[in-house]
Structure formats: C-alpha cells, structure tokens
Design a binder for this molecule. Structure first.
Ligand code: PMT
Length: 204
C-alpha cells in the first residue's frame, strides 16, 4: 500500500494467499520462517514469525533486517513499483475536474537482496498479463535471481486473489510447469522444487 493521504492509498488485488501458503509449506518442510507481510486478512501460519509492513519502503527495511540470517528469500509480494512523490498530511479535498498525481520509483526489494553482500538463495515471482515466459526470464536475469515463478495473471481463476494458481518455475538452465491447483498444494510443490535446486546449487 502506498499512501496518498491519511485515508487513501494505491494498491492492487493481491490477497497474500500465495505468500502465506508458501510460508506454511516452508514451515511444514522444516524451515524457520519469517513472513514479511503487507496488510491482509489472513491468519498467520503456525510457527511462522510475522513482520507487518505497509509500504514498499517498510518492506525493504524489514527484508534488510533479516537478510543476514536468511538462507532462502522468496519474494511473492506484489510490491508497488511507484509511490506518490508526497503524502498529504491531511485528507485531499475535492477541487477541480482533474488532479495530477506524481509518482516516484520505489526501490526494487528483491534486486536489493540479490546485490547484498550476504546474498541468500533468492526466488522471485513475475506477475504478467502478456509474454509471460519472456518477461519472467528477463526478470530472472535482470534481478540476478536464482529462480523465478512466472504467474500468468491474465487467466481467470488463478493469480491475484484466487484460491488456485498455475505457474511455471524458471532457473538459468531449466524450467518446470505446474498446472492449476490450490495455492497451498502449489506452495508445497514449489518449496520442494526450490529446496532441490538450493541443494543442487550448494553442492556445486
Ligand atoms: O497475493 P495473491 O492474491 O495470492 O496473488 C498472488 C500473486 C499473483 C501476487 C503472486 O503469485 C505473484 O505473482 N507475485 C508477484 C507480484 C509482482 O508484483 O510481480 P512483479 O512482476 O511486478 O515483480 C517481480 C518481482 O519483483 C517480484 O518477486 C516482486 O516481489 C519483486 N518486486 C517488485 C517491486 C518492488 N518494488 N520490489 C520487488 O522486490
């Protein structure tokens, strides 16, 4: 959420379901999980430590707080690319027929994590509505990720705010497609695939 004034913000349709499912699956697989979460209406999965944030800048700070103690960093949050240049101190009053809003670029959290000296194994997501594979592979390289989960969010019934999802996981020399299933079932499959790749990379 990027605040405009004390009562309004810019956001998107992310519910947090995919991220919470991943946190639960990772915990069940034996990981010690810190869940950095925007404002959602979901219950914190058992035995996960939840850190609440609102904006991209807050999420970046929370991520940097844990990065040195982190083996695997998974970035499934739909973080705003831009935020309002200024947050009005008081509620913006209705005036003319148009108002102008100036946005400035947010830091890229996952790219900041992959450029950190104590860089964890890092898995990003790519939410795309067109040219899904090409954009996802571009983000894999540009953000220096170990793996990326490509999510075609143009498809009905999957992606933002749905209970199900279908994705393709890419890494520099491979890929694995996952047909539509519940986000919790998908999260278990993704954690398994991520753990396998993590072990393979560590073994190199
Ligand atoms: O929350 P749900 O309703 O369950 O929906 C799940 C989901 C659709 C949000 C999820 O599956 C998904 O696709 N998440 C990624 C959403 C996204 O913002 O993707 P992106 O292509 O814009 O960003 C690419 C990557 O950069 C992501 O790992 C994102 O977390 C990261 N990013 C983006 C912006 C930013 N300022 N900092 C970042 O780290």
């Amino acid at each position: 959420r990027e605040a405009l004034d004390p009562v309004r913000y810019i956001s998107n349709h992310s519910s947090g379901k995919m991220g919470y499912a991943l946190a639960r699956a990772a915990q069940e697989a034996g990981a010690r999980v810190t869940l950095i979460s925007g404002p959602v209406t979901l219950t914190t999965p058992d035995r996960c430590q939840r850190v609440n944030v609102s904006s991209a800048l807050e999420m970046l700070d929370a991520a940097l707080d844990v990065v040195s103690d982190c083996d695997i960093f998974i970035a499934s949050a739909a973080v705003a690319d831009y935020r309002p240049a200024a947050v009005a101190e008081q509620k913006i009053k209705k005036s003319g027929d148009e108002i102008q809003l100036t946005l400035v670029k947010n830091p890229d959290i996952v790219a900041t994590i992959t450029s950190h000296a104590e860089r964890p194994f890092t898995v990003g997501f790519a939410a795309e509505t067109t040219d899904v594979a090409a954009y996802a592979k571009g983000k894999l390289a540009r953000k220096n990720l170990d793996m990326i989960v490509a999510n075609d969010v143009s498809q009905p019934g999957i992606g933002f705010n749905s209970d199900d999802n279908a994705v393709t996981l890419y890494w520099p020399d491979g890929e694995q497609a996952f047909a539509a299933m519940s986000k919790q079932a998908l999260a278990r499959e993704l954690i398994l695939a991520i753990a396998q790749r993590y072990s393979a990379v560590l073994g190199d």
